[in-house]
Ligand binder design. Structure first.
Ligand code: 4LM
Length: 414
């Protein structure tokens, strides 16, 4: 095989870091379930513990099947190294524990996945780490605030749930003028659509539960970066702090999911574009947030750093919170569920579900509208997805206008 940078994404997703011919022709890499690994001698074991040979020691530090997954993902993210973990939160927490100590500051974007926010706000903060939330969509806010105390800048892009983008390249230049690392959660894009490390980020994390796995049948996480950072996260953040080790069975499912990532992402993007256009022209929808729309405020930034505009949409109805819930409840095929990136189209109400740990004040401060709806557009036929949304609109709004609601869905006082 050619060197990683000459080989196309689709080929790497299927072949990287594994040669069937070296494994008795087995097309699918073996699943290693051994918890411990035997040595020929004490001296050989001692050398392994000193990092002087590359023998496996104990499954909390890695396994042969996990190594294939990690090397494959490192190539897809164009990283020196990667580490697989038992969940996306396992990757985020192992990385953050490894990068900061009491007295340091983490600057995070305003909009974050709910449990990441909880970990920062209710976890790290109580261990003496200063947490500051800024609107990082404007890099000047980082320039104005960053100091020698700041050791980590953290953002999702697009952000969960409200689809805000940050300029990875601009933020990395600011971070690197200080002794500070930029860590990007690339879950929404996957390495097929965006490579934060090539734009200057130092660390990239994923909830592999989502598009990377792609079938709603596993929980896993990934962090990728330099050899030095990944070694440190493996030997401290994972081994000693979280212990969030991925199982061999989930490694195998994830390797299987990865083989079709590029094909699935193309269809997710194609379907999401059409659903976003449908929502955008509907009189029942107040705002549609999708990077592929002409009226998306950060359209140029999306074109600069993303190869395509992804499968996630956020929108607000011209309706009350109750009617928004009624709309979700009226869907027939589309499932009301958290998570994203699966073959099935999933919808949820962040203020009630993924972001329910936020208080009402926190929701507003973090730019998450209480009526926002999040849609993970799946791989079903596009006509069936739109037909389901259409019938749910009819059931909520036609019933409403026939009774006591105006055309824009607002209640008419009787
Ligand atoms: C959800 N998300 O949004 P694990 N980073 C991002 C995420 O969206 C998530 C995680 C990390 C949702 C889960 C219920 C941007 C999760 C955490 O769930 O620990 O693999 O990933 O619906």
């Amino acid at each position: 095989m050619k060197s990683p940078h000459e080989t196309h994404f689709a080929t790497l997703a299927i072949h990287a870091a594994y040669d069937a011919k070296q494994n008795q022709g087995a097309l699918t890499p073996p699943i290693h379930v051994s918890s411990t690994y035997a040595f020929d001698t004490v001296e050989q074991g001692g050398a392994a513990f000193q990092g002087e040979n590359d023998r496996f020691i104990y499954a909390r530090l890695g396994s042969p099947s996990q190594q294939i997954l990690e090397q494959r993902l490192a190539q897809l993210e164009q990283a020196e190294a990667a580490l697989a973990t038992a969940s996306g939160m396992g990757a985020i927490t192992a990385t953050m524990w490894s990068m900061v100590k009491p007295g340091d500051e983490i600057i995070a974007d305003l909009s974050l996945y709910g449990c990441t926010f909880s970990f920062l706000e209710h976890g790290l903060k109580s261990f003496g780490i200063k947490i500051t939330y800024l609107n990082l969509s404007d890099p000047q806010n980082l320039v104005d605030h960053i100091s020698d105390q700041t050791k980590l800048v953290y953002s999702e892009t697009p952000s969960n749930p409200n689809m805000r983008l940050i300029d990875i390249e601009a933020l990395s230049l600011i971070c690197h003028q200080h002794d500070c690392k930029l860590m990007i959660d690339n879950t929404y894009c996957t390495p097929y659509l965006q490579n934060p490390l090539t734009l200057g980020a130092d660390l990239v994390v994923h909830s592999a539960t989502k598009y990377l796995g792609g079938h709603g049948d596993l929980i896993a996480g990934i962090v990728a970066g330099s050899h030095a950072d990944i070694d440190h996260i493996r030997m401290f953040g994972l081994k000693d702090m979280t212990g969030a080790v991925i199982s061999g069975f989930d490694v195998s499912l994830l390797l299987r999911g990865l083989k079709t990532l590029h094909v699935r992402m193309d269809r997710h993007c194609e379907n999401a574009q059409k659903v976003a256009e449908y929502l955008n022209q509907s009189t029942h929808v107040k705002h549609t947030f999708y990077p592929g729309l002409e009226n998306f405020p950060q359209k140029n930034l999306a074109a600069k750093q993303m190869r395509d505009t992804g499968g996630m949409i956020a929108f607000e109805l011209n309706a009350s919170r109750e009617q928004s819930a009624q709309f979700v409840n009226s869907l027939k095929m589309i499932l009301c569920a958290v998570s994203l990136g699966d073959a099935e189209t999933l919808i949820q109400h962040p203020a009630s579900m993924t972001h329910s740990t936020y208080t009402e004040e926190e929701l507003l401060a973090h730019l998450i509208s209480p009526t926002l709806i999040r849609l993970s557009v799946g791989l079903e036929h596009i006509d069936d997805i739109i037909a389901d949304i259409h019938q749910a609109f009819e059931s909520v709004f036609d019933a409403a206008s026939g009774n006591c609601f105006s055309d824009n869905g607002l209640a008419i006082s009787a």
